[in-house]
Design a protein. Structure first.
Length: 446
């Protein structure tokens, strides 16, 4: 009888060693379940806002809802860091997941009772995202703890691919479900996915405490549960000093912030482009995000198979390439053309997240990793939501096609400006005679 290959054998060779680690093997399905819920919410959050919006306020409410689903996480990172940065990575991930599970679960409950109002809906979304920066920091810090440094790029690429794959399945599934049930119930499924992740993170932490397998970071974090505040303040100061002393980290953080900011209006303009310009429904919106996700999976998996990538040429190429894919929207291209462009945009964007997180993991000491990643997350959480909130009034004033094209052109300008600034900075440091030094390569020893 022919034996079926294990799932890991179906992956490229660079990914197979990851599945020798039991913690990673058990955590990945829970992360995938959560990614699927988030993928469905890409359609459901905006579609629920459209369903309950007062006449003439659809664009503003969609922008507010999408922003509320992420923006308060920046405030949580700044205001709660005194207490949360002392927690081990698994507890941060579990706390964020439980908060999202409970508050997002209230959305379908309020809908069933006929009490879902715009203000309450935005408040529930905002409350669910308060710990988002710390949850994201906990996830990637946990990956850095359970895997050796040489496998982090592949792990980050695989986790990133899971999120992109969920964008393939999630929006399409949400589009079909929205034709049969209220999108509020789809948000309830997202809440259930966060509950799955919270349970898995809790079990992982319990097993490590029982087996005495905590790493130096986790042991130190557990020991500081009753530590005085000055220890925590010292960690925060050390994290800030690390970022100030790493121009490369600050540079990629600044580029990512503006990249995400200019992407923000797309999340408002795209659904309104589908309903207003194309006179279509949730299924077409889901198809846009599905094709984007398919491209992103391909791009991320390709990044994970390469051990050494030049950081700045790749990232600037990603930024410029994404901007180009948005320009056809403003030219009145038919849906088939813009669908192809959105798919290509996913391929181009795919490697970006894995490259960025791997750089931070490799350049940051383990004891400061959750602090630095939370600071990174807090900064970035203000980017896309601010752009999204700005996208509401811009779309209402200019129309969705114009906003989509303007986002693309501004992103192209960002890539050109950053490339020029780097060239000038290199010339200044070398006296204008030497060439640009070799860019940092995620995955390489720091």
């Amino acid at each position: 009888m022919t034996a079926f290959p294990s799932p890991s054998r179906l992956l490229p060779p660079a990914y197979r060693p990851l599945f020798a680690h039991r913690d990673f093997r058990r955590l990945l399905p829970a992360l995938a379940a959560c990614d699927l819920g988030d993928g469905m919410s890409m359609v459901a959050v905006a579609w629920t806002a459209l369903a309950i919006a007062p006449p003439g306020r659809a664009g503003l409410l969609v922008g507010a809802a999408v922003a509320a689903y992420a923006l308060p996480g920046a405030a949580g990172a700044l205001l709660l860091g005194r207490w949360l940065r002392r927690l081990p990575a698994w507890r941060l991930l579990a706390a964020d997941s439980w908060l999202r599970a409970v508050l997002l679960g209230c959305v379908p409950l309020a809908w069933a009772l006929g009490e879902l109002r715009p203000a309450g809906y935005v408040a529930l979304l905002a409350g669910s995202s308060v710990l988002h920066a710390w949850g994201g920091a906990g996830k990637y810090a946990l990956l850095a703890r359970v895997l050796p440094a040489g496998q982090r790029l592949a792990a980050n690429a695989l986790v990133s691919s899971s999120g992109s794959a969920a964008v393939i399945v999630g929006p399409a599934l949400a589009g079909f479900l929205a034709a049969a049930v209220s999108p509020a119930w789809i948000i309830g499924l997202d809440a259930a996915s966060f509950a799955v992740l919270a349970v898995r993170a809790g079990r992982l932490g319990s097993r490590k405490r029982t087996a005495g397998q905590d790493t130096a970071e986790g042991t130190a974090d557990d020991a500081t549960d009753s530590a005085p505040a000055p220890v925590d303040t010292g960690q925060a100061a050390a994290g800030r000093r690390l970022l100030r002393g790493q121009p490369e980290l600050l540079g990629i953080l600044a580029l990512t912030w503006f990249f995400n900011f200019l992407y923000g209006p797309v999340e408002v303009a795209l659904p309104l482009h589908v309903t207003g310009d194309l006179h279509a429904g949730a299924r077409l919106l889901g198809l846009y995000w599905t094709l984007f996700g398919a491209g992103a999976v391909l791009g991320a998996l390709c990044a994970g198979t390469l051990r050494r990538l030049p950081l700045w040429p790749v990232t600037l190429g990603i930024v410029a390439g994404w901007g180009l894919t948005l320009v056809p929207f403003g030219l009145g291209a038919p849906a088939a053309v813009t669908l192809a462009c959105f798919s290509l945009g996913g391929v181009i964007y795919g490697p970006f997240t894995a490259l960025s997180f791997t750089l931070f993991q490799d350049r940051t000491p383990a004891a400061l990793l959750t602090t630095v990643l939370a600071a990174r997350g807090a900064a970035l959480l203000t980017a896309a939501p601010v752009g999204t909130a700005l996208g509401g009034p811009l779309t209402a004033a200019l129309g969705p096609r114009t906003v989509l094209a303007a986002s693309g052109l501004a992103t192209l300008a960002l890539a050109a400006t950053t490339a020029t600034a780097r060239a000038l900075g290199t010339a200044h440091r070398t006296g204008g005679s030497a060439s640009d030094p070799a860019p940092a390569e995620p995955g390489a020893p720091s």
